[in-house]
Design a protein around this ligand. Sequence first.
Ligand code: SAM
Ligand code: ZN
Length: 275
Amino acid sequence: MKKIEQAAQLIEQNKSLFICPICRGEMRVENTSVICTSNHQFDLAKKGYINFYAKSSPKDYDKKLFEARYNVIQKGMYDRLHQKIADIIDALDHRSATIFDLGCGEGSHLQKITNKLNRSSVGIGMDIAKDGILTAAKYHQGQIWTVADLAKSPFQSGKTDILLNILSPANYQEFKRLLHTDGHLIKVIPRSNYLQEIREQVMDEKQQSYTNTEVLEHIKQHFENLEVQTIHYQWQVPPDVREDLWNMTPLTWGKEIKQPIEKVTIDLEIIIAQK
Ligand SMILES: C[S@@+](CC[C@H](N)C(=O)[O-])C[C@H]1O[C@@H](n2cnc3c(N)ncnc32)[C@H](O)[C@@H]1O
Ligand SMILES: [Zn+2]
């Protein structure tokens, strides 16, 4: 089956999750188009994704960054994070989970986490960057890939069991709208030593210190029952992805690599929240 047909089939099976981003009407699938009750039409791309974002994507996150992220993530940089998130989801009470990844980038997190789950799941990735979703659809099968703005997402209210938001911006009003009453937000944010070996090369000493206190405070204003887990390790960077490591983050935009990085610190907070 062609990628576009696979994508149409997956959306057809899950069409009750979608909502028209223009009029908020219900959606149906006709051949390889998704059409609302007022006939707003969104065509699936040949490469197997769908674009709901009417404007052109911001240009900052581009193909080079997403390909670099894909290479590094596939080599295992976040494997321990993925396992931890899969364990968290498995321990929650959702028999079959609908999992959204908002700001999914090139899709490896969603793919790897759902592969590790001990339960069936429907994975939907969404990003405002078309290059991210193009890369996701190129490499990962079995998930629905959508270009959309997470502040105004084309999905029904109250239907998401798990909402992932990994190293990406958030819109908590919208996240609460999407989540099922028993649903959980799993948000990953950096801690102070995250990617410190890169920070050391691109920032002066003052800039290098980072704190996530403000982000945490902001979430607390919207969500109750917050549980915070920390994950901290050093990852040995395989030589063939050392250049990709440099190119995978906005931290290095416009900066030349001084010294190849052999090991990199992963220092993250996983926030699990209910509305
Ligand atoms: C640092 S990247 C992280 C991507 C991915 N979660 C990962 O960890 O590889 C931040 C992502 O957020 C996306 N993003 C920023 N604003 C967004 C918005 N309003 N709606 C959807 N995605 C957005 C960017 O396009 C980018 O892919
Ligand atoms: Zn419509």
